[in-house]
Design a protein around this ligand. Sequence first.
Ligand SMILES: Nc1ncnc2c1ncn2[C@@H]1O[C@H](COP(=O)(O)OP(=O)(O)OP(=O)(O)O)[C@@H](O)[C@H]1O
Length: 313
Amino acid sequence: MPDGSTAGNAIEITGLRKTYAASGNAPAKQALMGIDLAIPTGSIFGLLGPNGAGKSTMINILAGLVNKTAGRVRIWGFDQDVNPRQSRAAIGVMPQELNMDPFFTPRASLEVQAGLYGVPKRERWTDELLELVGLTEQANAYARNLSGGMRRRLLLAKALVHRPQILVLDEPTAGVDITLREMLWANIRRLNEQGMTIILTTHYLEEAEQMCDEIAIINHGELIVRKPTRELLDGMDGKTLVIDAGGRVELPALPEGAHPEWREDGRLAITYPPSRIRADTLLDALRGAGVPILDVASEQPDLEDVFVELTRG
Ligand SMILES: Nc1ncnc2c1ncn2[C@@H]1O[C@H](COP(=O)(O)OP(=O)(O)OP(=O)(O)O)[C@@H](O)[C@H]1O
């Protein structure tokens, strides 16, 4: 297997731009405005952004489904424009939409897909794939009789027929129940442990936080941050002390930068920057003013907070 990956990156994107041409009344739309991004081999990489940020455009360019306007894309070391065949072979994409031919069985779908990718019969792994995504029993059922969850698992299997080094998942768990979601995540983790680089978009920030080693956030077609997930969370200089004072009481003046707020459950939440204010300074100020402290909890910012902070406006 030729390994064209360079400098430990499964994907290297430089100066990527996409402008959708005007059509009818709709003006031209700049969906990507010059993105530079390298995705390390072996990572689970989260691509996040609000609706319309340009995530699908980027994924579709990687998949070879949308033509870029400018820039360079290297997949597994192969320049998309110079070696389109090799770069396409290195990547598998699980799309968002569930369109599929209603008269194909899962087995037939996988065989057709393998044919499209030119996978010789002896190298196909249809049965293993069906097993992997839990569709062995439905292998010969018509697709129209499959549930939404089963269709989604079939799409995952289809993305894997040519054993790509890189797997791209566009909202893989949107609208699926918790059991299926966990099964999909378990599959994805297993593939990653076997060496596959995973890129995913998701609206479930909690999942991105749990699953992804690194995260990039795009907004209005621009990359606004790209960091290891841990660093992204640690970089938020905001913590919250949640205090049960036995009910609402008068509060003393607190150090500048600390923001007290009464929650609906009657507890006091004080948000503060830990780089400048220590928790015990806050507690001393409260105690000194006779505020009872029946219970204290500390809350860390989560990815949701980071996301809101970075994409505001
Ligand atoms: N085929 C198209 N023609 C014209 N404009 C398009 C086309 N596809 C997407 N756009 C526009 O490009 C911008 C980026 O869209 P894109 O689908 O890439 O965003 P997204 O981040 O994937 O959003 P979502 O989370 O809603 O899927 C949007 O303003 C969208 O309206």
